[in-house]
Design a protein around this ligand. Structure first.
Ligand SMILES: Nc1ncnc2c1ncn2[C@@H]1O[C@H](COP(=O)(O)OP(=O)(O)O)[C@@H](O)[C@H]1O
Ligand SMILES: [Mg+2]
Length: 371
């Protein structure tokens, strides 16, 4: 088993940077997901670790070995590709045996290994078939099987589930996660799907334009994003982000509404150069009161700044177990998640509450979280 360490990894294609100054340490037996939008450098990073690309700068360690100058076959890693890359003319057995034959493993041992792994992946009955006679999910298992038989120190997986239909993907992500823990093999897994990353990873490394944004446990990424990019990439529906200005040192003025600055930001904001901010709140954290206080109650409504503001339901998106409300606060549109039984239709007036402890604040220029 082995840890993987990247130090200052950089790689450019024709002068265009794909990965820049990436530092990443993956612990022994850890499951790390490289997450980010298409083109952010995930595959490039993985290929550098595998030895399929050479790094322009930086060091790559597997275990205690510097592997920059080692051939892929000498790095003791196994890669599973999105396309599976199975040999079409070979049977499942032959596909799985191939890496062992290449490594000159004895015939008896090969038979034993392939059968053991086939059993683990429940593909024993498919060993005589060709890839063309398999379903997408079965091919995916064979590709994983072929990686496992070699008992590599590190698994590298590049979007291995993205060719499967949604239902099978959900099933396989649990299986892969379980398998990784059973085998205890250090794994770097690439995906652009934040749900896959959140559900599978011990830690997630989020990349944007080749630069590491945050490297943390899924819950930390969700609850304490270090910048507005991380905040908006993780979570569904995405976090509500609203430009606002700091007014009088203690009010967030979004133009269409004003709420007080939560106490914990007052000190950090004194150290912040700009008063141009972005307010973030997750749709699950907004509270919607379907029966807002009205003038007729004789109640003084919304003594500004209040943590509650008047809003109108713009549209509703029922999901079955919950409903997404699109709310209009003045000209600002916000999403809120409410229970499926929420009573309120398009055009209804509601009251929107911003729980102070659930508010995120970012500098507008840099995107950095204020804390
Ligand atoms: N072989 C290549 N030649 C030229 N540019 C490449 C090559 N591979 C990747 N790139 C570029 O490098 C950047 C990162 O690509 P990639 O690592 O494949 O991203 P991801 O896997 O996150 O989608 C992209 O801008 C992509 O166009
Ligand atoms: Mg890729």
């Amino acid at each position: 088993m082995a840890r993987v360490k990247l130090q200052g990894l950089s790689k450019a294609y024709d002068g265009a940077p794909a990965v820049t100054g990436l530092d990443l340490e993956v612990q022994d037996k850890e499951f790390v997901v490289l997450l980010g939008p298409s083109g952010c450098g995930k595959t490039t990073t993985l290929r550098c670790v595998a030895g399929l690309e050479s790094a322009d700068e930086g060091e790559i360690y597997i275990g205690d070995r510097l592997v920059n100058d080692l051939d892929p076959k000498d790095r003791n890693v196994a890669m599973v590709f999105q396309s599976y890359a199975l040999y079409p003319h070979m049977t499942v057995y032959q596909n799985m045996a191939f890496p062992l034959e290449n490594a000159k493993v004895a015939e008896r041992e090969i038979i034993a290994s392939v059968n053991r792994v086939a059993k683990l992946l429940q593909i024993e009955t498919l060993l005589g078939r060709k890839p063309s006679q398999l379903s997408g999910g079965q091919r995916q298992r064979v590709a994983v099987g072929r990686a496992i038989v070699r008992e590599p120190q590190v698994f590298l997986m590049d979007e291995p589930l993205s060719n499967l239909d949604a239902q099978l993907r959900v099933h396989m992500r649990a299986e892969l996660k379980k398998l990784q823990k059973v085998l205890g093999v250090t794994t770097i897994y690439v995906t652009h799907d934040q749900v896959e990353a959140m559900t599978m990873a011990d830690r997630v490394a989020l990349l944007h334009k080749g630069v590491l944004q945050q490297y943390d446990a899924p819950q930390t990424l969700y609850n304490r994003p270090t910048n507005s990019f991380t905040a908006s990439f993780v979570g569904s529906p995405p976090i509500d982000l609203v430009d606002c200005d700091l007014a009088d040192g203690n009010v967030l003025d979004a133009g269409s509404f004003r709420i007080p600055v939560p106490d914990r930001f007052l000190e950090p904001l004194k150290r912040t150069a700009s008063e141009k901010l972005v307010l973030g709140i997750r749709p699950q954290d907004l509270r919607v009161n379907p029966t807002p206080p009205t003038e007729a109650d004789g109640v003084v409504v919304y003594r500004f700044p209040s943590t509650s503001v008047p809003a109108e339901i713009y549209t509703t998106e029922p999901l079955g177990d919950s409903t997404i409300l699109d709310l209009k606060v003045g000209e600002t549109l916000l999403k809120a998640v409410v229970g499926a039984t929420f009573a309120g239709d398009t055009g209804s007036k509601v009251e929107l509450h911003f729980p102070p402890d659930r508010i995120h604040l970012f500098e507008r220029g840099s995107g950095h979280a204020i804390r």
